[in-house]
Every structure is written in C-alpha cells, then in structure tokens.
Design a binder for this molecule. Structure first.
Ligand code: CTP
Ligand code: MG
Length: 179
C-alpha cells in the first residue's frame, strides 16, 4: 500500500474512532437498556451503554465525516472517492457511527451474558468488535475500498491505537481502568 493510500484509509475510518471515544467524555445518563435485565437475570447491556453516549457517538462521527470531506477537498491525493459531494461523507460518517455504537453495545451484551461486570476487559472484543460492525455498515457504500489489505491494516492500527489511547485516558483520569 502506498503512503497516500494509508492516509486515505485512516481518514476513512476516523469517524468510527471518534464515535468510539467521544462517549467516554460526553456519555452518561439513561442507560440504553433502561436498567432492565435479560432472561438470565443479568443486565441486558449495563450502565456503561447510555443513550447520550450512543447519540454523541453518531453525531461525532457525522461531524468527523464533514471534516474529512474538507481535508480531502484540500488534499485530493488522500481522497477515497473522486469528486464526491459532502452528502456522501455525511452518510459515511453516519454509517460508521451507527455501526461503531451498535458493535460497542453488542460487545457489552456479550460481556453481560458471560457474567462480566462493566469495565472488565474482554481481549480483542473491546478493541475490535466496533471496527467490524463499522466496516460491515460502510461496506455497501464503498465495497471496492474496503478490501482485504485495508481491513488487515485497520485491524492492526485499531488494536494498537485502542490499547494506547485507553492507557492514556486512564492516566489522565478519563477512564477508571486502562482498557
Ligand atoms: N459510554 C456511554 N454510552 C455508550 C458507550 C460508552 O455513556 N453508548 C461511556 C460510559 O460512561 C462508559 C464509558 O463510556 O463507562 C466507557 O465505555 P466502554 O469501555 O465501552 O464501557 P464499559 O464501562 O467498559 O462497559 P462494558 O463492559 O459494557 O463495555
Ligand atoms: Mg470498557
């Protein structure tokens, strides 16, 4: 992959990263499961998944999509579409945002079924499930761009970034745990 392509892949996934990280700062309030339990007697999702966090994540992703549109318009060598309208970037941000937040909630659902308390680490799932869902949601919009090479690069990048940013978020007091 050329350096230009790497930058394009990073710009493409940026809305998902913003969606995944902004609820840590702006989330809270009413939980998405409204405090309800599943058939096994444990919480459906738990207090760590809130409506405000969900909508903040999606809104942050859409906003990031718009910013990426302006970056790509100024530096066309990083474009992953030729001459695309802003609407397409808004749609991409929305799809990546919804995919990310659903993947995040799916991860919590799985953790609660495994009797894991919110905040307990789940290896690979915490770091990568949101990426998988984000890519699945964006796939219909850009089937050729999301190829095997891009996916392998994104899995590696996302894993490293997730581990290091959560470590940092813990050190500066944003997160109680370093994952
Ligand atoms: N958050 C939120 N709403 C969401 C997702 C996250 O409010 N939809 C906030 C919560 O304050 C949460 C924090 O971001 O505690 C960190 O998110 P995450 O690590 O995904 O949740 P955990 O608390 O670890 O819970 P779980 O074990 O269910 O993943
Ligand atoms: Mg967590």
């Amino acid at each position: 992959m050329l350096l230009e392509n790497l930058v394009a892949v990073i710009l493409f996934i940026l809305p998902a990263y913003i969606a995944n990280s902004s609820p840590v700062i702006f989330g809270g309030g009413e939980p998405m499961d409204f405090g309800k339990n599943f058939a096994d007697g444990r919480r459906i999702l738990g207090d760590g998944k809130t409506w405000r966090g969900f909508f903040v994540g999606v809104a942050g992703a859409v906003l990031t999509g718009i910013i990426v549109y302006y970056i790509v318009r100024a530096s066309a060598q990083y474009a992953f579409w030729e001459n695309a309208e802003m609407e397409k970037y808004v749609l991409l941000g929305f799809l990546l945002g919804v995919g990310t937040m659903l993947g995040d909630a799916l991860g919590s659902f799985i953790k609660r079924r495994m009797n894991m308390e919110p905040g307990k680490p789940a290896f690979l799932q915490d770091q990568l499930l949101f990426l998988v869902l984000a890519l699945i949601f964006a796939l219909p919009l850009m089937p050729a761009f999301i190829n095997l090479e891009a996916v392998i690069f994104l899995v590696a990048l996302t894993y490293v970034l997730h581990v290091s940013t959560n470590f940092l978020a813990n050190r500066v007091g944003l997160k109680k745990v370093p994952w």
